[in-house]
Design a protein around this ligand. Structure first.
Ligand SMILES: [Zn+2]
Ligand SMILES: [Zn+2]
Length: 366
């Protein structure tokens, strides 16, 4: 039986601790993966601050890429039917739908399953389904997808859960038409994924509102045509004016909220053109509420679309996007910081200070 180190949040506000525990031989449809990189997500940082409901001591991390260490006796393919063997690189996000609820079977929308994260919140001494660990234990029913050897792991983990989240959101949006004007609020991994997918979809102007400068620079390399730096436009009025200026006074056909800050909602709605669509993605874990004037939504024929989490097909699509575009776009360079497992707290702090474009934890990193 393997023993694996794992990074455990024992309580919000406490430094992350490194615990050790067993990872049993996989049974049935289970798989044990040696973690190569775990993405550090803004959500992990929100957990450490107590801004997301704390379920009790937990292994952190929900973005993983690693090599198959051992397959359960029933496993010979990934969840798209591709043959899989020990040593293969795989990508997963530890969301495991129950397939026995209204969302899973009646709506056929597993992203709404209320039982999505059971293993993630277990006692940290049980085999971790989470990713801040040397070995993750993927239970039967948890989708994972093979990453081809010609695709750098950084190109996939660069966006972590953000790329499948945005692929799901783009699907719910109903796509972007050629030449449409797009505004992206925020340029963390979710915002950067939005920029890239808008560019690949054929958008016209893509204006990014965010910061700091290194993220805005990456946004330009991924397809943004114009950036509005929060440092230069610190108040909502100046940002709205900058966006109206950049969109010839009309506003954007599509505004994508990727900030996670509740103040962004009213601001984004003011940037939306008549007949436009406002896509809310980043506010998944943001506390607070915002006033809305329903008449504006009515009079301007606006559509407000929410989208949370992702479905297994979006993880598969995320691998395909990385595979086909990593040559042309600097996907792998989005990974700006690497930390060993025992510096998980430093990684979270760096993400909290927005020093990173994307930080990853490399459990084998010395
Ligand atoms: Zn995430
Ligand atoms: Zn369910």
């Amino acid at each position: 039986m393997r023993i694996a180190k794992r990074a455990v949040l024992t309580a919000p506000g406490s430094p992350v601790e490194i615990w050790e525990g067993p990872v049993p031989t996989p049974a049935g449809g289970d798989v044990v993966v040696s973690v190569e990189m775990a993405g550090v997500c803004g959500t992990d940082h929100h957990y450490t601050l107590g801004e997301v409901a704390f379920p009790g001591p937990m292994v952190l991390g929900h973005e993983g890429i690693g090599r198959v260490e051992e397959l359960g006796p029933d496993v010979n393919t990934d969840y798209a039917g591709e043959p899989i063997a020990p040593g293969d690189l795989v990508y997963w996000v530890p969301l495991k739908p129950c397939h026995r609820c209204h969302a899973c079977t009646v709506l056929e929308d597993v992203s709404l399953c209320p039982h999505l994260s059971p293993g993630r919140f277990k006692d940290p001494l049980t085999p971790p389904i989470a990713t801040y660990t040397e070995y993750a234990s993927l239970p039967a029913g948890l989708s994972f997808f093979r990453v081809p050897e010609d695709t750098p792991p950084e190109a996939v983990i660069a966006f972590g859960c953000a790329m499948p989240t945005m692929l799901h959101a783009m699907e719910r949006l109903g796509g972007i038409s050629f030449g449409q004007r797009v505004v992206v609020q925020g340029c963390g991994p979710v915002g950067l994924a939005a920029v890239m997918l808008a560019r690949l979809a054929g958008a016209g102007d893509i204006v990014v509102v965010g910061g700091p400068a290194l993220r805005l620079e990456m946004a330009k390399r991924l397809g943004a045509t114009e950036t509005v730096d929060l440092a230069a436009a610190p108040d909502a009025e100046s940002r709205i004016a900058a966006v109206l200026d950049a969109t010839r006074g009309r506003g954007a056909d599509v505004v994508i909220e990727a900030t996670g800050r509740v103040e962004a909602f009213a601001e984004g709605l003011s940037m939306t053109a008549r007949g436009g669509r406002y896509l809310i993605v980043g506010l998944w874990s943001a506390p607070g509420s915002s006033e809305l004037t329903p008449r504006i939504v009515n009079n301007a024929n606006l559509r407000i679309i929410g989208s949370a989490l992702s479905r297994p097909r979006h993880l598969h699509q995320a691998v395909e996007v990385a595979r086909h575009y990593h040559h042309r776009l600097p996907l792998a360079e989005v990974v700006s910081h690497r930390f060993p497992l025992d510096q998980a707290q430093q990684a979270l702090d760096a993400v909290g200070r927005q020093e990173t474009i994307k930080a990853v934890i490399v459990p084998g990193h010395q």
